[in-house]
Design a protein around this ligand. Structure first.
Ligand SMILES: [Ca+2]
Ligand SMILES: [Ca+2]
Length: 228
């Protein structure tokens, strides 16, 4: 009975691993810096946050990265150090975390204070929060990255960029402005369920199969906004 239970558990584990790996196909094994989420869709005038992770690193003592973005769409607001080194370092002095906002990239460096071992494994290095100031697509491009171990040796690694798309939420007819035309399109479909006559998937902004007040509120909240 024990053997049978083991076999079933392994089968379940294998299917869970397969389901998980399908989301990780862009990253090979080995030390990698990557942007999470890999792809985002955000409305203009909102803020959004991405996290830069390190994967499968050994003895990470310090690092430096640049994160490039399209400055007609994004404006960086804050950079926050993540827990990967900060909360796992054996150094009682902790880390020193530096950021600077340049025209079209965020420059980050972080080091362990004192002669201590680095941190191994995978985890978040830092978060960047952006204001969305325009519509369109932007790469979130990791480049000029340096990972150092505690003997000041460079750790070879891959980088995987992210992307984001900024839209004007509530602009149902896609003419670059949210106005009474968009409100009226929602109104004409108001109260309809998916599959019913009159249901308009474009008006169902929440994509929950019903056009109701929640959809109207999204348009109303963005009334007057336009693409610059
Ligand atoms: Ca419109
Ligand atoms: Ca809806």
């Amino acid at each position: 009975m024990k053997a049978l239970f083991g076999a079933v558990s392994l089968g379940l584990l294998a299917s869970v691993l397969m389901a998980t790996s399908s989301h990780l196909t862009v990253r090979a094994a080995g030390p990698t810096l990557y942007v999470d989420p890999a792809a985002s869709t955000v409305s203009i005038d909102d803020t959004f946050t991405i996290t830069i992770y390190v994967q499968d690193v050994t003895d990470l003592f310090s690092y430096e990265t640049k994160l490039g973005f399209n400055n007609t769409i994004l404006e960086p607001l804050t950079v926050m150090e993540g827990p990967f080194i900060k909360e796992q370092t054996p150094s009682p002095q902790g880390t020193f975390f530096l950021t600077s906002f340049e025209d079209d990239f965020v420059h980050v460096a972080c080091l362990t204070l004192g002669n201590y071992a680095g941190v191994s494994g995978s985890g978040p290095l830092y978060d960047v929060t952006f204001a969305v100031i325009g519509t369109g697509a932007s790469d979130l491009h990791l480049y000029d990255s340096i990972l150092l171990d505690s003997s000041v040796t460079r750790i070879p690694h891959d980088t995987v960029d992210g992307t984001m798309v900024a839209t004007l939420s509530g602009d149902i007819n896609n003419d670059g402005i949210v106005n009474v035309v968009d409100l009226t399109i929602v109104s004409l479909a108001y109260g309809t369920f998916e599959g019913e006559p009159g249901y308009n998937p474009d008006a169902d902004l929440t994509q929950d199969g019903l056009v109701d007040m929640r959809d109207l509120v999204i348009v109303a909240r963005n009334l007057g906004k336009s693409v610059p």
